[in-house]
Design a protein around this ligand. Structure first.
Ligand SMILES: [Zn+2]
Length: 452
């Protein structure tokens, strides 16, 4: 009895706060798991609109759709933020064909990398030279002249955090063409960046260095890469490449924004969302239709539960993450110009998979406060708050001191689908998608209530 009294007298505030927070968080998850339209919304985006590379008809349709969706939920303000985006077009299907080898001719599953120039209708035929990475190209020097450089550096399968393995491997895709062009290569072929061994090629963006001759860039599937590598060990191999892609004039597009205005500090913002553009293959279901729909859902959950935030809560669908990041940069520029103080931004851009935690980037004391909320998420399976990170689109907000947060789902399957024709609605699980949306809403609730 005496013991009980001491607890009751000395810890009433703490225990009341924690329990009231856990009650609200329980309500958020209950609503998301019982009544959420997030899965149906993703279905619509994927099946009725489909892929939506910046500047494309699909991207424009996705802008209209998400704006109408947020209006239908009666958000306080829904608007479009104009941004000029690059408009890259793939054109006719690519050809990657072994034309001369010990095993005879053979088609390889290939795809042009985003932002690449095309070979044109005459294609390119040349001998292939294999390298493990960019350093090897410099070592070979003149030996790559007139050849097709084949970057066969794999995504390290032993690294548990697959995004880290991706980060290591992505250099050859992003910069490999210009590096090879410096030594006179005619084109480059990149091993797809995935741990999966299959016949699906993965596209993704590449960029040309200024003042370096531009050469076409392709990716081939991991199985095709293994085949090509095996043949190269036996004999000289010649490959024929053909692509019809081109970069056109910039096009007007938009970030799509919907918000609930804050009741006490409307000039302080918490942004949540993902990027609305996707690659021009598949449906951009995991990358990043899921993040967009979860962002809208996180804000809808506040409305559905009549939680009135003190600060303005904003769902943002950034445009052009994949091949330019123009939307993320413009959003941060406007926020700076109009003095919209973003105390935190949460991005979901690691797929609509089972959430296991959050990443964060900010000053130590804020990270500590953020991590102290971890136990409130344990009942929902989120345990990992230990990693730095945020998201590409919210990155530019760090200039104004915004605390950056990334939803962290289980990452083991993500790179099976990433940037491929296989990134379709059917690969997303309803419950996992809902849990991600609820987790972000619960995190916004805590940030809004306690600040950072
Ligand atoms: Zn993405």
């Amino acid at each position: 009895m005496r013991k009980f009294l001491i607890v009751a007298i000395f810890f009433p505030t703490i225990s009341f706060t924690q329990s009231s927070d856990s009650v609200v968080i329980r309500q958020i998850y209950d609503e998301a798991l019982s009544n959420s339209p997030v899965y149906e919304n993703l279905r619509y985006l994927c099946k009725e609109i489909g892929h939506r590379l910046s500047g494309s008809v699909g991207a424009a349709a996705a802008v209209t759709y998400t704006k109408q969706l947020m209006e239908s939920y009666d958000f306080d303000t829904v608007f479009l933020q104009p941004v000029m985006v690059p408009y890259w077009v793939r054109g006719k299907k690519e050809i990657v064909r072994i034309v001369d080898s010990k095993a005879g001719p053979m088609e390889l599953a290939g795809i042009a990398l985003g932002n690449s120039i095309g070979t044109g209708p005459d294609g390119i035929r040349a001998e292939v030279i294999e390298v493990g990475g960019m350093e090897e190209v410099a070592e070979l020097g003149e030996k790559v002249k007139g050849k097709i450089v084949f970057y066969n550096g794999p995504m390290d399968p032993t690294i548990m955090q697959t995004f880290r393995a991706y980060g290591n491997a992505v250099r050859q895709r992003a910069s490999g063409a210009s590096e090879a062009a410096k030594y006179g290569a005619k084109a480059v072929i990149i091993r797809s960046i995935t741990q999966s061994l299959d016949d699906t090629p993965h596209t993704g963006s590449m960029r040309y260095q200024v003042n370096v001759h531009r050469i076409p860039a392709f990716a081939i599937s991991t199985k095709a890469a293994n085949r090509l590598s095996d043949l190269l060990k036996q004999s000289q191999v010649e490959v024929y490449l053909e692509s019809h892609c081109e970069m056109r004039e910039d096009v007007l597009s938009y970030n799509v924004i919907g918000q609930i205005n804050g009741s006490e500090n409307p000039d302080e913002y918490i942004a949540v969302g993902g990027h609305l553009d996707s690659w021009d293959v598949g449906e951009g279901a995991h990358d990043d239709g899921s993040g967009c729909m979860q962002g809208i859902e996180a804000v809808r959950l506040f409305k559905a539960l009549n939680i009135s935030p003190k600060r303005t809560i904003r769902a943002v669908m950034w445009m052009n993450e994949e091949n330019g990041l123009r939307g993320g940069r413009e959003y941060a520029r406007v926020a700076e110009e109009t003095a919209e103080k973003h105390i935190a931004a949460i991005e979901s851009d690691r797929g609509g998979l089972l959430p296991v935690g959050f990443t964060s980037t900010g000053p130590d004391e804020k990270v500590e406060k953020f991590r102290s909320w971890g136990p409130l998420f344990r009942p929902y399976g989120l345990y990992d708050f230990s990693n730095p990170g945020g998201g590409a689109d919210i990155g530019p907000l760090s200039q104004q001191g915004t605390f950056l947060i990334g939803l962290l789902p289980d990452s083991q399957r993500y790179f099976r689908y990433h940037h491929t024709a296989d990134d379709v609605f059917e690969t997303v699980d309803r419950r996992e998608l809902e849990l991600g949306a609820a987790s972000m809403a619960a995190m916004i609730y805590l940030i809004d209530k306690y600040g950072l």
